[in-house]
Ligand binder design. Structure first.
Ligand SMILES: Cc1ncc(COP(=O)(O)O)c(C=O)c1O
Length: 368
């Protein structure tokens, strides 16, 4: 089976995890601090705060920005479900924003309409599949409405747009280290911010509300236990050391797919000019006429040894959001189209040209 994703795990990762477990220091400590420092330097941000996963990171970002029951938060319509769920978990309301064709990212034009129509407490653009949303425009819009921005950069460690790294544009950035991401710690996540006050609040929120600056235990707000373990942090540090190699392999694989797909009915992912895409996923679009057969295409491709998958989730059309807010097809027409036609192809460091050819041949045969 040509798998959809395989994490880049080597002897260095195994040694780092083994040595840490053998040390007996298992929960948030010196290795978490070192991993945070290394990521902060890599991204170019003063504060990096490691947490258990990106869903926790997004949740804490909303809590740190005082999102409360009754508030509304604008969020892209096409993303992994946790980007919207965390809003609802705060008792707030997710107000969805349609995406742009091809890049799958939040449409600044649609966001402008939402911001004109209602007061939102925060805006959550997503750097979908590892390509940054149009942050310059989104930031300006949000600044003009005095609304803070939380970047969902779950898939976008190492992505940039016009020289700005993912996680450095908004008030808070949130990253995931799930095994489908280019850098993994198994489960794992991290927040970035330039704001000292937010950083202190986030550090407290992830650790029971413990004041990170106090020498005797003191609790400054009710917090969660959203800590990362020491062995995950050691794993993450080992991954970060070889991250440039991992990223360049993914980019090379993506370029190879681009050339294999040229002049075929399968559409390659669109690129933002001036951007560096990390290709957390290489997501193509099926021709319209093949979209109704996508489930069959996915199943048959797997039977033939090629693991393909849909892109991500049309969140407003999932049962919870449909039933709660009455969303229906047509409310987010671009998301309707992207969600119906997306098809993710296998991509990981080490995929061979022959395997990529086999992936493309298999899919093309099935859509013919
Ligand atoms: C865009 C996006 N946001 C949030 C998440 C949640 O990340 P985690 O699994 O680390 O909680 C994911 C995970 O795939 C994601 O793709």
């Amino acid at each position: 089976m040509i798998r959809l994703a395989i994490p880049s795990i080597g002897e260095d990762d195994l040694i780092a995890v083994r040595d840490t477990i053998a040390s007996g220091y298992l929960v948030q400590g010196a290795r978490v601090a070192a991993f945070e420092k290394a990521i902060a330097e890599y991204i170019g941000t003063p504060h990096a705060i490691a947490v258990s996963n990106c869903t926790c990171a997004l949740h804490l970002a909303l809590l740190a920005l005082d999102v409360k029951p009754g508030d509304a938060c604008a969020v892209t319509a096409y993303s992994w479900i946790s980007t919207a769920n965390v809003i609802e978990l705060c008792g707030a309301r997710a107000v969805f924003v349609d995406v742009e064709p091809g890049t799958f990212n939040m449409s600044p034009g649609q966001l402008a309409k939402v911001l004109e129509e209602e007061k939102v407490k925060a805006v959550l653009p997503v750097h979908t599949f590892g390509q940054m949303a149009d942050m310059g425009v989104i930031q300006n819009l949000c600044a003009s409405h005095c609304v803070p921005v939380i970047e969902d950069a779950a898939c976008a460690l190492g992505a940039s747009l016009h020289g700005r790294q993912a996680g450095t544009c908004g008030d808070i950035g949130c990253f995931s280290f799930h095994p489908r991401k280019a850098l993994t710690t198994g489960e794992g996540g991290l927040l970035t911010t330039r704001d000292d006050t937010l950083a202190k609040k986030l550090r407290a929120l992830r650790n029971h509300g413990l004041d990170p600056a106090s020498s005797t235990p003191d609790f400054i707000l009710p917090g969660h236990n959203y800590r990362l373990t020491e062995f995950q942090a050691a794993f993450g540090a080992a991954q970060l050391a070889k991250f440039p190699r991992i990223l360049s392999a993914r980019k090379a694989g993506a370029a190879q797919y681009d050339s294999l797909l040229a002049s075929t009915p399968l559409t390659a992912p669109a690129r933002m000019t001036g951007g560096e895409h990390t290709f957390q996923s290489y997501v193509t679009l099926l021709p319209e006429e093949a979209a109704p057969r996508r489930a069959d295409i996915i199943r048959t491709a797997r039977e033939r040894g090629v693991e393909v998958q849909v892109g991500t989730i049309h969140m407003p059309l999932t049962t919870y959001y449909r039933q709660r807010y009455g969303y229906k097809p047509g409310d987010f027409p671009v998301t309707d189209d992207m969600a119906a036609r997306s098809l993710t192809l296998p991509l990981f460091e080490g995929i061979t040209s022959a395997e990529q050819q086999q992936v493309v041949d298999t899919v093309l045969a099935l859509i013919a």
